[in-house]
Design a binder for this molecule. Structure first.
Ligand SMILES: [Mg+2]
Length: 364
């Protein structure tokens, strides 16, 4: 089997955000082969990610055997090293890597979890991320095993610490009242707080005996000294990693003790190849892995096969164009048995955003 083309586009639906950056620039990558099989993956970087696929990675892959994924991953990483390593180049590689895994499963006629040693879990508990307490109230009785309050927009960051911390604590106490005692509750500040704000929130919460499963990305991710201090002093686990790339980046987080819970995003961190390596590295160090958006089909096979105690985060609602995505029912998600990643796509019915340069998503 040989690769004959590598295509990329940005699918859109009425729910799609209209910006291409980070979380919302999901690109679909298709790897075509002379066997007639096509593998699909999702990466990131929007038009810029598509540009990387089209101008660098595609030429590297055409004519190659798609089943030797580790070698192809290394070639893609090495060829982009001067301008890659992290960020949107690795997001683009992630999409191709996932497509290669999908292809390998399809070629062997087995689901990807079988390629990873088999599913230890078929039906996995999930948690849901919400952006305010009104939304939390709507989903609290839907069976989810955990709830995360995304606090990015829930407080005015410009006020004094003494005015800031009570607002955050009040929001979280309201969340706790909604979900009740003993249930899993997390908070995510999406890198928006500073050290003083974070310490003030932690201090007020811990003084009140507040139960919190983890505090996610409280401060900017490049503040390593800050994270090292927080991991040491916080009674709550410090989670992060959705904005980290490759196992090398995650190994740094673990060895420097910057996070207690790792949250790789398989569509950004380098694909399934790197998510597998993160799981292996974290197991050696006894660190928990809880993939970002883990219930999306792209992470689910690794969670089923490699996660000792999976807790899959709800997916993003604008990814509704991904056919074959198993639904969350009563708070659980069940992996299905289709070959590859189990994606069901009708390219002809897919709406795609017109790219400024490339208009040849569909093969001639
Ligand atoms: Mg987050």
């Amino acid at each position: 089997m040989k690769i004959t083309d590598v295509r990329a586009c940005q699918p859109v639906t009425p729910k799609s955000p209209d910006d291409w950056r980070t979380t919302i620039g999901q690109i679909l990558v298709a790897v075509d082969t002379d066997s007639g099989l096509t593998g699909y993956g999702v990466g990131g970087g929007g038009f810029a990610g598509i540009h990387v696929v089209r101008t660098v990675l595609r030429d590297l892959l055409i004519g190659k055997d798609p089943t030797d994924i580790a070698t192809l991953w290394r070639a893609m990483y090495d060829d982009t090293l001067a301008f890659g390593q992290k960020g949107l180049v690795v997001m683009a590689i992630s999409g191709i890597d996932l497509a290669l895994w999908d292809l390998k499963g399809k070629a062997e006629g087995v689901p990807v979890y079988e390629l990873l040693g088999g599913a230890k879990h078929r039906r996995m508990p999930t948690y849901i991320t919400v952006w305010d307490n009104a939304a939390l109230r709507e989903v609290v009785d839907s069976g989810y095993r955990g709830f995360k309050l995304h606090m990015e927009c829930l407080a005015d960051l410009s006020v004094s610490v003494d005015d800031f911390a009570p607002v955050i604590v009040e929001q979280l106490q309201a969340s706790r009242e909604i979900v009740g005692p003993g249930r899993v509750l997390m908070a995510d500040s999406w890198m928006k707080w500073d050290m003083d704000q974070t310490r003030a929130v932690i201090s007020r919460l811990s003084t009140a005996g507040f139960e919190l499963e983890w505090l996610e990305e409280p401060i900017p991710i490049d503040d390593e000294a800050g994270y090292a201090a927080l991991v040491k002093e916080s009674p709550y686990p410090i989670a992060g990693g959705e904005h980290e790339y490759t196992v090398a980046g995650f190994r740094h987080l673990v060895e420097k003790k910057l996070h207690s819970v790792l949250q790789p995003d398989v569509c950004w961190c380098g694909g399934l190849t790197e998510l597998i390596r993160v799981y292996e590295m974290a197991a050696e160090h006894g660190v928990r892995v809880c993939p970002h958006r883990g219930s999306e089909i792209w992470s689910l096979h690794a969670m089923a096969a490699l996660d000792p105690e999976p807790l899959a985060e709800s997916g993003r609602h604008w990814m509704d164009w991904v056919g074959g995505q198993p639904p969350i029912v009563d708070g659980f998600i069940e992996i299905e048995e289709r070959p590859g990643l189990g994606i069901v796509l009708d390219e002809g019915s897919l709406e795609t955003m017109a790219t400024p340069v490339y208009d040849d998503w569909r093969p001639a």
